[in-house]
Design a protein around this ligand. Structure first.
Ligand SMILES: CC(C)(COP(=O)(O)OP(=O)(O)OC[C@H]1O[C@@H](n2cnc3c(N)ncnc32)[C@H](O)[C@@H]1OP(=O)(O)O)[C@@H](O)C(=O)NCCC(=O)NCCS
Length: 153
């Protein structure tokens, strides 16, 4: 079988080719929001704003130069600790089951380790079977705490 070039890179606001990433990122957001009434979408301005933040890192996985997956990391500092939050983990369906989701997660975890955060959190709806299995396989556990959310809209 033909060998593929698979790499993960961090996107930066200064990236010359950032505009070319918008289409593929929105394709991934559509996969992520398949069960939502309205698909998630981002434009170049908002992407640059996010990438400009020191508390945010977005990684894309490329297969032969094509963006096939992504995941983001958000740092959160309080008076007592620094933690990280993982979001936007998704792989295009035709690339599922090849270990790419795990690769993206490992890169995000490595980055969080470099920043010496105390723990990483994420949420995943129970119906996301593959995602929940992936997170558990990587050692994520459900902590004994009450998660509260105040919906403002
Ligand atoms: C979750 C997702 C990113 C996994 O990506 P992937 O590249 O297919 O996953 P991998 O090939 O790296 O698999 C890693 C592990 O996930 C689990 N997994 C993957 N696909 C699975 C499936 N269909 N059923 C059950 N477990 C599955 C397995 O534990 C697997 O480890 P193993 O191969 O050693 O058994 C992908 O399914 C996806 O994009 N889903 C839609 C978006 C989504 O739900 N994102 C998560 C939001 S919280």
């Amino acid at each position: 079988m033909e060998r593929k070039d698979v790499r993960i890179r961090r996107l930066w606001a200064e990236d010359d080719q950032l505009e070319e990433c918008i289409g593929p990122i929105n394709a991934l957001l559509r996969v992520l929001s398949e069960d939502k009434p309205k698909p998630y979408q981002i434009d170049l301005g908002d992407l640059m704003l996010a990438l400009d933040s020191d508390d945010f890192a977005l990684y894309v996985l490329e297969v032969d130069g094509e963006i096939a997956g992504m995941g983001s990391l958000h740092f959160h500092r309080t008076l007592t600790k620094q933690t990280a939050y993982i979001e936007d983990v998704v792989v295009l369906p035709r690339f599922h089951g090849k270990g790419f989701g795990k690769m993206i997660m490992r890169r995000l975890i490595d980055h969080a380790k470099e920043e010496e955060v105390r723990f990483i959190e994420l949420t995943s709806h129970p119906r996301r079977i593959a995602a929940n299995k992936l997170y558990q396989k990587l050692g994520f556990v459900i902590p004994e705490t009450n998660l509260y959310r105040l919906f403002l809209e």
